[in-house]
Design a protein around this ligand. Structure first.
Ligand code: ADP
Ligand code: MG
Length: 249
């Protein structure tokens, strides 16, 4: 597939006798949101961790931007542009939103950690950091400490950091979790506009968000992809309705 940014082939991973990932094929193309759905325990997070490099698959291949990344660790894959939203705990809560992004930009530039007092005056850091905050709709909150941001705003900040790191693909594992309806709607709008510059592999339980956003959906059940298709194809897929969506579809 010429425009596959991420191309997962024949991926398998067992935990003891449990096949958490069972011969999975999945790709992510430029400009798209590809949603990965499935019941609890289907293996969605395990799959994401294998793509990021935190879990080593037993077999298969993961090509990113045309390069096999299975031999690379988490940090090397991130440097290639494989972006994952950070856990909230990785934000520096006492620092402003802007400083949080600047720290990320600084690490991307590979400079040794500078005396922090100088960082805020460094336009080589502030310009891309402000751009990233603006990109996610947090420009007006730049000087607010991360600790004072709402849950939804912290998610936006994590995405700003992924943008500032130059991510070429985003892997989001349940970004809507714990958000109220308004937070979900605003994150949905953000992801909608972001896909044009960075394609997104989106694991999400919120089916309103999935149906609103997904260009394609893959359904994972017991570690296997049982269907991949458009929203309409997945809504009407008999196996999917039986295995997962049930009456909700
Ligand atoms: P999902 O994200 O779709 O809810 P997970 O990927 O978290 O599912 O888990 C898939 C299956 O793999 C589950 O049965 C889970 O208990 C199991 N599993 C996940 N991680 C481990 C692990 N490190 N060791 C053993 N079993 C695991
Ligand atoms: Mg999970």
């Amino acid at each position: 597939m010429a425009d596959a940014i991420l191309d997962i082939r024949n991926l398998s991973k067992s935990f003891g006798g449990l096949k958490a990932t069972d011969n999975v094929d999945l790709d992510l193309r430029a400009g798209e949101i590809h949603a990965l759905i499935g019941p609890n325990g289907a293996g969605k997070s395990t799959l994401i961790h294998q793509v990021c490099g935190g879990i080593r698959p037993d077999a298969g291949s993961i090509r990113f931007l045309g390069k096999e990344v299975l031999g690379l660790g988490v940090a090397a894959r991130a440097r290639l542009g494989l972006g994952r939203t950070f856990q909230i705990s990785s934000l520096a809560l006492d620092f402003s939103a802007l400083r949080n992004v600047m720290l990320a930009v600084q690490s991307r530039q590979g400079s040794s950690f500078r005396f922090f007092g100088n960082v805020i005056a460094d336009t080589g850091l502030t310009d891309p950091a402000r751009h990233a905050l603006d990109r996610v709709g947090l420009a007006a909150r730049a000087s607010v400490p991360a600790a004072e941001l709402s849950h939804g705003e912290r998610r936006q900040l994590e995405i700003a950091i992924a943008v500032a790191l130059g991510s070429r693909a985003l892997l989001l594992d349940e970004p809507m979790a714990g958000m109220g309806p308004e937070g979900s709607r605003s994150l949905t709008r953000l992801l909608d506009t972001l896909r044009a510059e960075v394609p997104i592999l989106l694991v999400e339980h919120d089916m309103d968000a999935v149906f609103a956003l997904a260009d394609r959906i893959s359904v994972l059940v017991y570690g296997r992809v049982i269907a991949t298709g458009t929203v309409d194809e997945i809504r009407n897929h008999p196996d999917v309705r039986r295995a997962y969506l049930g009456a909700a579809a």
